[in-house]
Design a protein around this ligand. Structure first.
Ligand code: ATP
Length: 674
């Protein structure tokens, strides 16, 4: 498919050098196959978008990272608790706007750690200096930096366009109109050449397209610096070349691009402006990719002719430890430090050896090394605020996304068949029970079934919700998209009603088929209890899912807790041992909904007929007698009345939700990796 045409109206910013020149920008109308798009960027919008991306030079000086690793992970026989491990050792460098820089090295050499550190993520144990222009990293710069993770994490049921639209609505600033945000989505779709799959669910698109959507999601905010962690992994060579071309295009717009990469083709390798080669957390080469072979040749390591230089470099560093040590030592001896002026290959100290001429100088750590090409303050003022949007709009957008996602996952044909099929089957099992003594236990078992089946089902749904969603949310939060509280409230508000639709349909069918209590008010009250029990169970599921990050642990904990709560809930065992019954049954949310619904079912003066007196004492020797439904409650061991049951359930719902939120907020990724 031909890529979109671009019609330029007025001046563009592609070659603008300063903010004042940039603000003269008119606007660019994207055109597709000869038609103008429906959504066009306004002049004001284009200016706002352009102002989001000042040119930034990234300078890092003697950056190290040391972590405490549990000693047993390294040596099972160790008596120590922790062993210190150096992941980065005094790495320095400077990357300018317009450059695409490759980070290479063997697996585990520290590429991701360096990217994370430069991007301001997982900073514990980090020492050294990092500057963006002439300012040190500050959380408030987050929105100027984009990080494209190695994994493509999305809500995969959304289409490409929906994914980009939600991100644009959430992350672009408040002063940009909705129309301009949508226009920005259109521009990114064209820029990354994903128009063809724009309306396809992400689930169905190819790996290369997914990677471009991943990059596009980060580009929406027009960031100044883009970090990419192995963007070409899993791509075929054509897609990899196309992707690197996109990076090059972005660099020509003045962005600073730093990407880790595993085994680039020769063409890709040569296209980088700078290569930083790491081994065991140390730099072993920093210079032009085209000079790398010449540099290693000065140490006697000659590449065979016709060999991909990237492959040779990787083979060299992957060889035995001794060669790696030799290369580390050689770099320490050869490295040159900037003479305090802006660093470029021309401004280095005079190389004193042949090897040195191939290296870029390291920054000296002096302020004189630092630049600020657009003379901008990268830390937003208080007025600009910490978040792109205030709480309410964040919540409404997240609500709409949750509603869409839950609708797609819950209201499926399969779920509808399951709910309606089971409603009919249970209606048939308890079909048209008459009001007599011998249906009493069937009536209570219907209520128990009602109060366990749906809560169990939703609890498991809640449990699985965070393990899958958390990674996406953590990624979005790491780029400062929204408050966790806005997400959590939105999720609760949007998902609740949708999750209650099928249980409501189930009750409508089975309740009347079973002939539970013909009073419509009672039906509504039982429905309310069923729905509240479902919400309590879902909250418990969310809590377990948020607190226990290992899914297997969470499922095991849920099974044990649920079965225990069911056993002490009053249906299976009426006479619990005193020590267990005293507190155990009061913890069971099954008990509250079951007790309340039993009371509702037998409420009033409905006349029941006696059978053999095995349950109701007044029926003994009075087979033709009758009794009132309220007499039945003496037989069941009812704890507290309906109102209190309701309040306890609401209390449990609130407590579980708050705990789930706290678990999500405070239980961090225990691997310690960003
Ligand atoms: N939290 C952590 N605990 C223990 N070890 C860690 C932790 N984070 C990173 N490491 C170790 O630090 C080293 C560098 O990891 P990093 O992910 O940066 O390597 P990498 O070069 O990106 O590797 P790859 O190319 O395989 O992705 C690895 O040996 C890794 O096992």
């Amino acid at each position: 498919m031909p890529s979109a045409q671009v019609a330029v109206i007025g001046e563009t910013t592609a070659d603008a050098k300063s903010p004042s020149q940039r603000s003269e920008k008119q606007y660019v109308i994207q055109m597709r196959d000869g038609d103008t798009l429906e959504v066009q960027m306004s002049v004001d919008g284009a200016q706002i978008i352009s102002s989001l991306s000042p040119r930034i030079t990234v300078t890092f000086h003697k950056v190290s990272k040391v972590i405490d690793v549990p000693a047993k992970m390294i040596d099972p026989t160790s008596k120590e608790r922790f062993i210190q491990r150096t992941l980065l050792d005094q790495v320095s460098g400077q990357i300018h706007p317009g450059q695409v820089v490759a980070l290479m090295g063997p697996s585990g050499c520290g590429k991701t750690t360096l990217l994370n550190t430069l991007a301001g993520r997982a900073l514990s144990g980090v020492t050294g200096d990092i500057w963006f222009n002439n300012q040190r990293y500050d959380k408030a710069m987050k929105r100027k930096l984009a990080y494209v993770l190695q994994q493509d994490l999305f809500f995969e049921m959304l289409t490409v366009k929906q994914q980009l639209t939600y991100t644009a609505l959430l992350r672009l600033p408040n002063n940009l109109s909705k129309q301009d945000k949508l226009a920005q989505v259109e521009q990114i779709i064209d820029q990354l050449r994903i128009r063809k799959c724009a309306n396809t669910p992400i689930l169905l698109i190819s790996g290369g397209e997914k990677k471009r959507v991943n990059i596009g999601t980060e580009l929406l905010t027009n960031p100044s610096v883009i970090f990419l962690d192995e963007p070409t992994s899993g791509l075929d060579s054509t897609s990899a070349v196309a992707l690197v071309e996109v990076l090059r295009e972005l660099a020509t717009q003045g962005k600073t691009i730093i990407t880790s990469i595993h085994q680039p083709s020769s063409q890709i390798f040569q296209s980088f402006d700078q290569l930083i080669l790491l081994a065991d957390g140390k730099t072993i080469y920093m210079g032009k990719p085209s000079n790398a072979l010449a540099y290693f040749a000065t140490m006697g390591h000659h590449s065979p002719a016709q060999y991909n230089p990237a492959d040779y470099v990787m083979d060299l560093v992957n060889q035995d430890m001794n060669i790696r040590e030799e290369l580390k030592q050689a770099y320490l001896q050869n490295r040159i430090v900037s003479n305090g002026k802006a660093i470029s290959s021309q401004s280095q100290q005079q190389p004193s050896s042949v090897a040195q001429q191939y290296l870029f100088p390291e920054p000296s750590g002096n302020e004189a090394d630092l630049t600020n090409p657009d003379n901008v303050n990268l830390i937003p003022t208080k007025k600009e605020g910490k978040w792109p949007l205030s709480f309410l709009p964040q919540m409404l957008i997240l609500c709409s996304r949750s509603f869409r996602l839950t609708g797609m996952s819950q209201l499926t044909l399969l779920n509808a068949i399951q709910a309606l099929g089971l409603a009919v089957v249970s209606g048939l099992c308890w079909l048209r029970m008459d009001f007599s003594e011998d249906t009493l236990s069937d009536r209570s078992s219907y209520i128990f079934f009602l109060m366990t089946f749906w809560p169990l089902q939703t609890l498991m749904g809640g449990l699985l919700s965070f393990p899958f969603e958390r990674a996406v949310i953590e990624k979005e939060r790491a780029s400062g998209s929204f408050r966790l509280s806005a997400y959590f409230i939105a999720k609760s508000l949007a998902e609740g009603p949708l999750k209650l639709i099928l249980p409501t349909c189930f009750l409508i069918i089975s309740y009347w088929m079973a002939n539970i209590n013909p009073n419509f008010g009672i039906f509504l009250a039982i429905l309310v209890f069923q729905l509240v029990a479902i919400l309590v169970a879902e909250s418990l599921g969310l809590l377990l899912g948020a607190a226990l990050k290992n899914l297997q642990h969470a499922i095991t904990a849920a099974t044990v807790i649920l079965l225990s709560l069911m056993l002490v809930g009053g249906f299976f065992v009426k006479h619990l041992p005193h020590w267990l019954g005293v507190w155990g049954k009061w913890l069971s949310f099954f008990k509250y909904s079951y007790d309340a619904c039993l009371q509702l079912q037998f409420k009033g003066d409905r006349v029941y007929s006696c059978v053999d007196g095995s349950i109701i004492a007044s029926c003994r020797n009075n087979a033709n007698g009758t009794f009132y439904s309220k007499d039945v409650l003496q037989y069941f061991d009812i704890g507290i009345d309906i109102g209190w049951n309701f309040l306890v359930l609401i209390g449990m719902f609130i407590v579980f939700r708050i705990l789930a939120y706290m678990a999500l907020r405070f239980i961090k990724n225990h691997t310690g990796r960003a």
